[in-house]
Design a binder for this molecule. Structure first.
Ligand code: KQY
Length: 369
């Protein structure tokens, strides 16, 4: 695999919007017992359901550790459109550990391999070590024979950005300006890295992500693009909900800014499920390891219907056995009339600290412009 010492922008590559045609979706098999309850068995069933839902629309590659290879293979073998490859990892969050794929107008696909420090390193990060996660992006690019861009000394998780493929990226200050990511860089320097590696001209900074999001407020759990200059924002009208000021602040930014093409934003609201909490029993099933994220029933889960994945002709979103599930489905189907909305159970995924978008990485299809 070639590692390039230029940048996507310099070479005419850009990150396309998620609704652009895709070659496949990548996933990583969950197993770590200090994040997933009961040795990962319940989440593995949910993961299989998710992989099968995506595979109805496009190919899926599931990376799995050597230790879990036989188990994953047994559960996924023979499912049309799914392949299983051995890949060492520290956890399943391929949105954050995988490459950000970029394309050009000549039918080529490359990938950006960002720095990864497990969401904050030793200053609030979620586990250590993360050395195997660090290698996931380059291993995926190697398998795909895709040239690789590397960011030196720059930490970024794919869940902290959403692009429209037309020059604008949305992110949050809570995450990208957090001292535990790139404290040696100013906001302007961080913007410059984003512009060079995603080929965008404008960075939109929402102040925060969703309350209690253990990633320090990833945008993909809070606000996402549903079309050019059109976003979907997690929303509550309840002033007592800790998300209320976060939603208000995000709306203020979105209402008062324009994108790279000078367009104002249309903002759609998506209700927030719950409030959702883990049960005593669910928390008791998680191994307690010093340095890993603790699980306690009193801590609100950062559940969100915005954490969905767009695939070819479909959209796969989490349900939570919540009264808002049906409204969420209706909103998504209205916003994506050409896509089939499929909801899969998201609670086991959420118990590990994220959801469908965080557990998947789309690979855009090459196209000639
Ligand atoms: O939401 C994500 N993008 C990652 C969540 C990591 C949680 C680890 N416990």
């Amino acid at each position: 695999m070639t590692t390039l010492n230029s940048t996507p922008r310099a070479d005419g590559f850009y990150m396309p919007a998620e609704w652009a045609q895709q070659t496949q979706t990548w996933m990583i098999w969950p197993e770590r017992p200090d994040n997933w309850r009961l040795g990962g068995k319940p989440v593995q069933r949910a993961h299989v359901t998710l992989a099968k839902a995506i595979a109805r629309f496009e190919p899926v590659t599931v990376g799995v550790s050597a230790a879990q290879y036989d188990n994953a293979k047994a559960q996924l073998d023979g499912v049309p459109n799914i392949r299983v490859v051995e890949m060492s990892n520290n956890d399943a969050w391929v949105r954050d550990t995988g490459p950000t794929f970029v394309i050009n107008d000549k039918g080529e696909v490359r990938g950006v391999d960002w720095g990864f420090n497990a969401w904050g390193g030793f200053d609030g990060g979620l586990y250590s070590p993360w050395n195997l996660d660090e290698q996931v992006a380059s291993k995926i690019l190697e398998i795909e024979r895709s040239p690789r861009y590397v960011t030196e000394d720059f930490v970024l998780e794919g869940g902290s950005i959403h692009v429209d493929g037309e020059g604008t990226v949305i992110t949050t200050e809570e995450c990208l300006l957090n001292r535990n990511r790139n404290s040696h860089l100013s906001r302007e320097q961080i913007e410059a890295v984003l512009c060079e590696h995603l080929s965008v001209e404008k960075v939109i900074w929402l102040p925060d992500g969703l309350f209690n999001d253990e990633t320090d407020g990833h945008v993909d759990n809070f606000c996402c693009y549903v079309g050019p200059a059109e976003v979907l924002l997690a929303w509550t009208d309840d002033p007592k909900d800790p998300n209320f000021p976060r939603c208000q602040a995000a709306m203020k930014v979105l209402e008062s800014t324009r994108d790279a093409k000078g367009r104002p934003f249309v903002v759609h609201k998506m209700p927030i499920p719950g409030p959702l909490y883990a049960t005593e029993e669910e928390c008791a099933g998680v191994d307690q390891v010093h340095g890993s994220q603790e699980r306690t029933p009193s801590v609100r889960l950062a559940g969100s219907y915005v954490n969905f994945l767009i695939v070819n002709g479909g959209l796969v979103a989490p349900s939570f056995d919540d009264p808002h599930d049906e409204t969420a489905r209706e909103i998504l189907q209205r916003l994506f009339p050409e896509h089939e909305v499929v909801m899969v159970p998201g609670r086991e995924l959420l118990l590990g600290g994220g959801n469908i978008h965080c557990l998947t990485q789309q690979q855009p299809a090459p196209h000639k412009g």
